[in-house]
Write a protein that binds this ligand. Structure first.
Ligand code: PGA
Length: 239
């Protein structure tokens, strides 16, 4: 699976439509900004539609006085199937805490959206040998509220080392594999959960195959390269 996270791009609807039409492949999830979700959704025939975030308050009502926020129900009404939760841009640039991530995860699951839960360490944490500790804390907090009724839960995890995102400096496939195996082991042992885990962080068409050759790495979450048509064309040949 390839999840294309467009972040705050492109600038115009025309560009969004162009990009959506070349990204429209089976096993792709196209994740545009909220503004373009409706029109991109109309274009996609094979790919699934995703959102970059959601709000956690008032999940059953799906509406309310929350300026600037978008609810799970609103996303469902536009045929969104996947939603990114806890992306490092939000955790580290916008101060989103593990607890907020947990609320968003629960809201997404209750609404029937498939969350792509992002976890990963900063450069400093990596240098202090804290990768596993950070992953464990982020997963345990995110899933804590769900423990009693975790069966049959549809969840995707993306291992995205913060320092590798948008940096042109990906984690090596071997180290990514090790982290991903750890995530799978932890979720199986602590939550009786079997999940798909993606790698994310400076993935492009040249290196994608180096990750996908491991059966434990179930795909990639791609940012920058998902905005370039020639890159998208090459990357979608893998799925
Ligand atoms: P990148 O972004 O591919 O540009 O590193 C990945 C992501 O933020 O999900």
């Amino acid at each position: 699976m390839l999840a294309f996270n467009w972040k705050m791009n492109p600038e115009t609807l025309r560009e969004a439509i162009d990009l959506a039409s070349i990204s429209d492949c089976k096993n792709a999830v196209v994740i545009p900004p909220f503004l373009f979700i409706e029109e991109v959704g109309k274009i996609l025939k094979k790919a699934k539609l995703g959102a970059q975030d959601l709000f956690w308050e008032n999940p059953s009502a799906g509406k309310g006085a929350f300026t600037g926020e978008v609810s799970a129900k609103e996303l469902k009404n536009f045929c969104v199937e996947y939603v990114i939760v806890g992306h490092s841009d939000r955790r580290h640039k916008l101060g989103e805490s593990d607890e907020v991530v947990a609320k968003k995860l629960k809201t997404a699951l209750v609404a029937g959206l498939i969350p792509i839960l992002c976890v990963g360490e900063t450069r400093e944490e990596k240098e202090f040998g804290k990768r596993k500790e950070v992953i464990k804390r982020q997963l345990n907090t995110a899933l804590a509220n769900l423990k009693p009724k975790i069966k049959n839960l549809k969840l995707i995890v993306a291992y995205e080392p913060v320092w590798a995102i948008g940096a042109g400096d990906p984690e090596t496939p071997g180290n990514a594999l090790e982290a991903i195996k750890y995530i799978k082991k932890l979720l199986a042992e602590n939550f009786n959960l079997k999940v798909k885990v993606l790698y994310g962080g400076s993935v492009n068409s040249k290196i994608l195959g180096d990750y996908l050759k491991y059966k434990e790495i179930n795909g990639a979450l791609v940012g920058g390269a998902s905005l370039k048509k020639d890159e998208v064309e090459k990357m979608t040949q893998w799925i």
